[in-house]
Design a protein around this ligand. Structure first.
Ligand code: ARG
Length: 465
């Protein structure tokens, strides 16, 4: 057995302990099964710490050289799969440190000078999460680009806009899709904003109070690409609000995904028939030969549940923890990892699926003609002829009632009938009652008129370029 105390951890932590952990307690407290995912961040953090220790003459140049050599070996072993992760060494930090000491001896034991696993793990999670954020940001851009590209082909495709899932007013399919572009754009802003607070370095806080060694924290922060250090050592080791913020971003983003997925499912159903999704995103039924089910969209909707669940888990994890570090915090990792994986895969697959959507413009238009979607336009027409809006609203309600009784659209009522609702109605009313007339009329900034929607597409394209 080596003289490395970490090798004997299964027996006891130190001379202070008189009995080893039971197998159950070891399994219960260990995190190496999942936190080994942090290994690269852990090694990057250790190397930056060691280089600073050497620069500050806290360890010697030979120690640093040994540590660098040992870590290079560990990196290649982990990458090749040869590294042996040991449950009895509890977590990623102790596994790597123990192996380093095994490889290089005393230098390995000096690495932990002026450091604790408390500031180490907080630093690792932040480094890792920053890397993941930087991979998620372009996926959000990809999602927006896919939506904008489909929208660009459909500024003149009319569909019913809904409120209460009842036909309300005609909108263009492009306008509808651009609503989601706005949502994902805000998600991108939230992610970028959360990154600022993720990218602060806890290292140097040590266990909780700082350390008596003359560390140069700013230098380590700079070497690791942090925007700065955490200025309170107690806060540095104990809070995980950066993870909560990320998780909140992820939840909101997944709720947006879920709403879009829900619409894809609805639109693909026989009752809407607005779109078709490519076969590669659908599955069949084992019993009903006619079925093509939008499984990918349904799963994207369903997976929002676990991401929101993780936010609840993380926020509850923090509630009631006294300062500073508590082992509770070890529970931050699995939800965070799963959140990142879920959001990443979901954004990718949704962007692909949206890009390949098949739009059935005729069906959309037929649906828009069904629900008296241009009734508001008739009311607006009467207002322009001098009627107060409330009176116009009432007159149109009578017109809709008659149209329903006759089973026709407003635009199919003869002029003479329409004039019965108000004498000021003239032959120009039929343009107003058309879907395209209705669309073109909403030529206000942010409205559905094709000219406005094209301007928004140009703005998004410039922004996403
Ligand atoms: N595995 C631990 C975690 O994830 C590392 C920090 C342990 N610190 C301690 N004092 N037990 O939080």
């Amino acid at each position: 057995m080596s003289d490395n105390p970490l090798d004997n951890k299964s027996k006891a932590w130190s001379a202070l302990f008189s009995e080893p952990m039971s197998e159950l307690v070891q399994r219960y407290t260990a995190s190496v099964g999942f936190d080994q995912r942090l290994w690269r961040a852990d090694i990057d953090g250790s190397l930056a710490h060691a280089r600073m220790l050497a620069a500050q003459q806290i360890i010697g140049p030979n120690d640093l050289a040994d540590i660098e050599r040992g870590m290079a070996q560990i990196v290649s072993d982990i990458e090749s799969g040869a590294f042996e992760w040991k449950l009895e060494l509890e977590d990623v930090h102790l596994n790597i440190e123990a192996r380093l000491t095994q490889l290089v001896g005393d230098a390995g034991k000096r690495l932990h000078t002026g450091r604790s696993r408390n500031d180490q793990v907080a630093t690792d999670v932040r480094l890792w999460l920053r890397g993941e954020i930087d991979q998620l940001a372009p996926l959000l851009v990809g999602m927006q680009r896919a939506l904008v590209d489909v929208a660009a082909a459909h500024t003149e495709t009319v569909m019913p806009g809904f409120t209460h899932l009842q036909v309300a007013q005609p909108v263009s399919f492009a306008h509808h899709l651009l609503a989601y572009v706005e949502m994902f754009a805000r998600d991108g802003e939230r992610l970028a904003d959360a990154r600022k607070r993720v990218n602060r370095m806890p290292l140097g806080a040590a266990a909780l109070a700082g350390t008596s060694y003359p560390l140069d924290r700013e230098a380590v922060a700079h070497a690791l690409g942090f925007d700065g250090v955490c200025f309170n050592s107690l806060d540095a080791v104990s809070d995980r609000d950066f993870a909560l913020e990320f998780s909140a971003f992820a939840s909101i983003c997944m709720v947006h995904v879920s709403r879009l997925a829900e619409e894809l499912v609805l639109w693909m159903s026989q009752n809407f028939g607005f779109i078709d999704l490519a076969d590669r995103y659908c599955t069949g039924s084992s019993i009903m030969p006619q079925k093509r089910n939008p499984d990918v969209a349904e799963l994207a909707r369903g997976k929002s549940g676990r991401v929101v669940g993780h936010l609840m888990g993380l926020i509850t994890l923090m509630k009631g923890q006294p300062l500073t570090y508590n082992k509770d915090n070890q529970e931050d990792k699995e939800p965070l990892f799963d959140t990142v994986d879920t959001v990443r895969d979901t954004l990718r697959i949704m962007a692909e699926m949206v890009a390949g959507i098949q739009v059935k413009a005729d069906a959309m238009e037929r649906a828009a003609l069904k629900g008296y979607a241009t009734a508001t336009d008739l009311a607006d027409y009467l207002v322009k002829k001098g009627l107060p809006f409330r009176d116009a609203h009432e007159a149109v309600a009578h017109a809709v009632k008659v149209a329903i009784q006759q089973g026709v659209d407003l635009s199919q009522l003869p002029l003479s009938t329409l004039q019965g609702f108000h004498a000021s109605i003239g032959p120009d009313v039929f343009e107003v009652l058309s879907l395209r007339g209705s669309l073109n009329a909403r030529n206000v900034l942010g409205g559905t008129a094709p000219a406005q929607v094209r301007a928004q597409i140009a703005r998004h394209r410039a922004r996403l370029a």
